[in-house]
Design a protein around this ligand. Structure first.
Ligand code: CP
Length: 303
């Protein structure tokens, strides 16, 4: 049976650790000018049927650094516009024998359902409000790089939690690796307290911000109709936005992107030493290379 990356819940700790180690090796090789075209000649279909900048380019960069060939399929230029379903698209493309599919789609859970259609490995690049596992893995990698360990770290995720696949995947992955995860945002954007075992909901911004090792900010998902859950973006910034004065020295600040200046964060924080947002983007490529190594070549143990 092939490996698939569908969500973080189904990843074992051993797999997560191996992906982290392999990504660190890829990063080290890149820094030292060593190329790693380990999967040369293989082909990956990329179906991004929802907008993306970071994730799509990062997967494409990872594919190329491994010597593979990416084939991009965009919704508006595909036969999906002629009424072909995603399921039939995957069924047809599978007959061309790619080594993997990378899929972003607005339907929550679509990648899991596609397993009934194809034996080709599937990488979920974000499906509706369900999961964004490669983002969570690169978030973990960035945290490990800065903090050395995940165990016992206090992590807050602040923003539009209810609509966020990143909040779900980060919560699943980080709690599994030993972090204490707290969520906060406007009451209309928070889930039930029973959202996930071992995940706490804060009662105030002060509680969400104080004595945290990591703060992960999220944008408001206007594309999922979240705008109606707040009175205005200005009001949001006043109550839930982050500025220099709110950040403690030991806390690193992360954001999956795209970020909105003047909403979840103010521009003044972007130059601070504890901002990891652009390191997340850099690390994303190495983590996605490691994901392909695990998916396509079975993730043999690293020495
Ligand atoms: N973090 C993330 O998923 O960004 P994109 O939507 O630009 O891919």
């Amino acid at each position: 049976m092939s490996n698939n990356l569908l969500d973080c819940r189904s990843l074992t700790k051993d797999t997560i650790k191996r992906i982290m180690k392999k990504a660190a090796n890829y990063k080290n090789d890149f820094i030292n000018g060593r190329l790693r075209p380990e999967l040369s000649g293989k082909t990956v279909f990329m179906l991004f049927l929802e907008p993306s900048t970071r994730t799509r380019c990062s997967f494409e960069m990872a594919i190329k650094r491994l010597g593979m060939i990416p084939i991009n399929i965009y919704g508006s230029f595909s036969s999906i516009t002629k009424g072909e379903t995603l399921e039939d698209t995957i069924l047809n493309l599978s007959k061309m024998h790619p080594s993997a599919f990378v899929i972003r789609h607005q339907d929550s859970g679509i990648c899991c359902r596609l397993l009934d259609i194809t034996d080709i490995p599937i990488v979920n690049a974000g499906d509706g409000t369900h999961a964004h596992p490669s983002q969570a893995l690169l978030d973990l990698f960035t945290i490990l790089e800065k903090k050395g360990t995940a165990k016992g770290l206090n992590v807050s995720i602040i923003g539009d939690i209810l609509s966020s696949r990143v909040a779900k995947s980060d919560s699943e992955l980080l709690t599994k690796m030993g972090c204490n995860v707290t969520l906060f945002g406007p009451a209309t954007m928070l889930p039930e307290r029973s959202y996930m075992p071992n995940v706490k909901i804060a009662d105030s911004m002060k509680e969400a911000m104080s004595e945290k090792d990591v703060i992960i900010l999220l944008r408001i998902q206007l594309e999922r109709n979240s705008g109606g859950n707040i009175s205005s973006l200005n009001e949001y910034h006043k109550h839930f936005g982050i500025n220099q004065k709110l950040i403690e020295r030991k806390t690193i600040i992360m954001h999956p992107g795209p970020f909105n200046r003047g909403v979840e964060l103010s521009s003044d924080i972007l130059k601070l030493d504890n901002i990891e947002i652009f390191n997340q983007v850099e690390n994303g490529v190495f983590v996605r290379m490691a994901i392909f190594w695990w998916i396509i070549s079975g993730g043999r143990k690293e020495k």
